[in-house]
Design a protein around this ligand. Structure first.
Ligand SMILES: [Zn+2]
Length: 338
């Protein structure tokens, strides 16, 4: 019984808030604003209306303060029965082009310097006093169709809960970020780096630290002979390098370029293994591209490691695959083409 009563009161308050919102939208955005749909529940309200563009934060502030000032003035809500003509005289909205009987129900509320702030035809139930609505806030806006925008708003208890929850979440995420920053810093130091902590805002700081750590990780992998195997050989007078790196393929091109520089002239074949994936890249120095084609090499070797296609140019191409155990076989295939 008690719960139902609370729900009814809340629904009433959301309904009344919808009327204040409608009028506030017209005052802030313009009189082109007309209602296209409305949902009133005991826990929220939703209002759809004609408007062409997103509502700016400044406009939202103004709309909210219109509604909230009407709430804080605590004026009585008035329902009157009158003829349609009288209703129009009293400024009631939404009378045009519709048929009404002899009498209509006109709802007025809000104190606008002694005049009613909002006057509309309405048969629904409302609060007795605008003070019963409580604090009001728009929590979302979106576009639901061309020229139709949707506003979602909360009031009183539901608004309090919403704001409390939001604060909790933001505290949680800043705690999480703090921990992440500490972890990243530790890892950077353990790899012999010096964390750059100049950024003041948490998000850019985290982004920078991750980048820094990434560079250090690649460096440490390249310096670790168990994680970076390099074998240089010569076939029919052509220098060829085989390299197998335990890292993601992100820097595979750079690794190939470095190999090319080391060889001066020749062919560089790099396999990059991370988790259960393997990438292959082939680089061929300029003078040799009239004899060999990196795209062809990559295609044939990626078939062996269980990949498909791949692509690039004559001097550099890359592809992905799945089967790390076939790396040697794939490399032998390339060698057989020289
Ligand atoms: Zn109404």
């Amino acid at each position: 019984m008690k719960i139902n009563e609370t729900r009814r009161n809340d629904t009433r308050a959301y309904h009344s808030a919808t009327h204040l919102l409608h009028e506030s939208l017209r005052r802030v955005l313009g009189t082109h604003v007309t209602q296209k749909g409305s949902l009133v529940e005991p826990t929220r309200l939703r209002f759809d209306f004609s408007h062409m563009k997103p509502i700016s934060n400044e406009e939202i502030d103004k709309i909210e303060s219109f509604v909230n000032s009407m709430v804080s003035k605590k004026s009585d809500v008035r329902t009157r029965l009158m003829t349609p003509d009288e209703a129009v005289e009293n400024g009631a909205l939404a009378l045009f082009g519709e048929k009404y009987g002899d009498e209509v129900r006109v709802l007025s509320m809000g104190d606008d310097n002694g005049k009613y702030f909002s006057t509309e035809l309405c048969g629904g139930t409302h609060v007795k006093n605008t003070g019963d609505i409580g604090k009001f806030k728009i929590i979302n806006q979106s576009s639901i169709a061309a020229g139709v925008r949707r506003i979602e708003a909360l009031r009183d208890k539901q608004l309090e809960d919403y704001l409390k929850n939001k604060e909790k979440l933001s505290n949680l995420s800043s705690e999480k970020n703090d921990k992440l920053i500490k972890d990243l810093t530790k890892q950077i130091i353990s790899l012999g780096g010096k964390p750059n902590v100049e950024e003041t805002d948490q998000k850019s700081l985290i982004k920078n630290l991750i980048k820094q750590l990434d560079t250090l990780l690649v460096k440490s992998i390249l310096n670790d002979k168990t994680k970076n195997k390099i074998k240089d050989e010569e076939i029919k007078g052509i220098k060829i390098r085989f390299q197998n790196v335990m890292a993601a393929t992100k820097r595979i091109k750079k690794t190939v370029d470095n190999g090319k520089k080391d060889l001066g002239e020749g062919i560089v074949v790099v396999f990059a293994c991370k988790d259960d994936k393997v990438g292959v890249a082939v680089g061929i120095t300029d003078k040799l591209t009239n004899k060999f084609d990196a795209v062809k090499f990559v295609k044939l070797s990626s078939e062996i490691i269980g990949g498909q296609g791949g692509g690039g140019r004559k001097d550099f191409a890359q592809a992905g695959g799945q089967d790390q155990s076939k790396i040697n076989e794939a490399y032998e295939k390339i060698k057989s083409l020289i």
